[in-house]
Design a protein. Structure first.
Length: 488
């Protein structure tokens, strides 16, 4: 196939050149009806290219197969059998993948460090999760992806599980041994789904971690807006092998997806694929070299420890790491990352990626250059000079790993839709949660529907909120009260 082609972008250019007049949605009619004050901020081009996918970009019957051609080019570019574009983010794509593997009350092995979108999929589907524990770094209070041995043990205990789902890379850049996990699954004829939301760029440079399709995964979900050049909500899920039929995966996406997909997102995905095929190797040569320079310079700032392979990889830890995720431990200052992140935004207009109880992180991509690197380094140097002013004496009480894991007492679906009540957090110990309680970012639930709450986890969340943690999906975002199943 001709990877220099961009079918969606070319069709959009033809639409503009043809002078077509739409009597269809969107109602702004290519911006003619848009308030000039809106256009002044968003630009005319956004509205001019916001057209229907059918009876717009393509004709009524999609006879030009514009989208199909773009998806085929994407699949070839990354070595998958099929690729499907989604304009509802990887949150939808991962749900579609889950539903293509298991149905209501069937078992699915799931790494417990899964994103909240996976939990939402469990709630919607009624799938019974068999949680596979991550590899806990007790010293750093950090979870790395589960090992192949952990999935092997879970299958041995639950041979009727329909497949497995693992999240890699994590938002911290740490990766599992996907080839080994895929082998565990395929020995049993079971598919492996990989939530690789943070890894859309991995196929395009040999020094990046192995990407899921190369490791043998059956379905791989990527968020192109995270590390690529896609617009927000742009996602692609890839398929290979014969354990999941493409028509099944597509039908599950149709069940959940929108009937009004954004051509803007499609076009950006199409252009990003072409950019990566033509320039990806050089772009990531530069990005990786720049990230390494930045890592070295940050490590010289007093009180900042930049995590790398020596900290995150090895026996009992991750198998690999994406070094474009620059994770910095600032616990030596006794300053929470929440305070540090807020100070950097207020004083340097810097927006960081992750902020947990002791780490901040900066995500580098092919878009960064010497200018953005210097902006970050200047801000971090100034942060170090003001660290003493940010110390609050409000510790986040993180329990040891063994006490962070909660018992799954009820199916997530049953707990979420069951009869509930709101109780003070002090009285929620031993009660079954009916909501997700998710420190965000990175978006991994500390407690999810159906899990039995404990004093340790509740105290962790409350102390975290008092120190600046955000728990946006809770009914009471201050976690002064918690939604639980009613006890009859």
């Amino acid at each position: 196939m001709n990877q220099s082609k961009a079918p969606i972008l070319e069709a959009l250019a033809a639409y503009h050149a043809g002078g077509q007049t739409p009597f269809t949605p969107p109602g702004h009619k290519q911006g003619r009806g848009t308030d000039p004050r809106v256009r002044a901020v968003l630009g005319d081009a956004v509205f001019r290219s916001d057209v229907l996918a059918t009876s717009g970009l393509d004709d009524r019957t999609s006879s030009h197969a514009v989208l199909e051609a773009a998806q085929a080019l994407m699949a070839e570019a990354v070595g998958a059998d099929r690729a499907f574009f989604s304009t509802c983010g990887s949150s939808l794509s991962v749900k579609s993948a889950m539903l293509s593997v298991a149905g209501p009350h069937e078992k699915l092995l799931v790494g417990r460090d899964a994103h909240k979108s996976v939990v939402s999929g469990l709630i919607l589907s009624g799938i019974r999760p068999v949680w596979v524990d991550p590899q806990w770094d007790a010293e750093r209070h950090l979870a790395h992806p589960p090992s192949a041995e952990a999935f092997e043990a879970a299958f041995a205990e639950h041979p009727d599980a329909r497949g497995a789902l693992v999240t890699t890379p994590t938002p911290y850049g740490t990766c599992s041994d996907l080839a080994a996990i895929a082998e565990v699954c395929h020995e049993r004829g079971r598919p492996l789904v990989v939530d690789e939301a943070w890894g859309a760029h991995l196929p395009f440079h040999p020094d990046l971690p192995t990407w899921a399709m190369d490791a043998g995964a059956d379905v791989c979900v990527t968020s192109v807006h995270k590390m690529g050049s896609g617009l927000e909500q742009s996602s692609v899920f890839h398929l290979q092998g014969d354990l999941i039929q493409p028509e099944v995966l597509k039908s599950r996406e149709d069940l959940l997806g929108t009937t009004s997909p954004s051509v803007l997102m499609y076009a950006a995905l199409d252009g990003w694929r072409r950019q990566m095929v033509e320039q990806g190797r050089v772009l990531y040569d530069d990005a990786l070299a720049l990230a390494e320079q930045v890592r070295t310079r940050i490590s010289r700032i007093d009180g900042m420890q930049v995590h790398g392979r020596e900290d995150f990889c090895g026996p009992g830890k991750a198998a690999d790491i994406d070094l474009l995720q620059i994770v910095i431990d600032i616990s030596a200052w006794e300053v929470t990352s929440y305070r540090a992140a807020d100070w950097l935004r207020e004083n340097h207009r810097i927006n960081l990626h992750i902020g947990d109880h002791r780490r901040i992180s900066a995500q580098f991509t092919h878009a960064d250059d010497d200018s953005t690197a210097e902006t970050l380094l200047t801000a971090l140097t100034d942060l170090a000079a003001h660290a003493g002013e940010l110390r609050t004496g409000q510790p986040v009480h993180v329990p040891p790993p063994s006490r962070l894991r909660l018992e799954q007492a009820v199916l997530p679906r049953d707990a979420f839709f069951g009869a509930t009540e709101q109780v003070p957090w002090e009285k929620a110990d031993g009660r079954i949660a009916s909501e997700m309680l998710t420190p965000y970012p990175p978006g991994i639930p500390a407690a999810l529907p159906g899990e039995r709450l404990t004093k340790d986890v509740l105290r962790y969340l409350r102390s975290g909120v008092e120190a600046g943690m955000v728990v946006p999906d809770a009914v009471d975002t201050n976690v002064e009260s918690v939604r639980v199943l009613r006890e009859d």
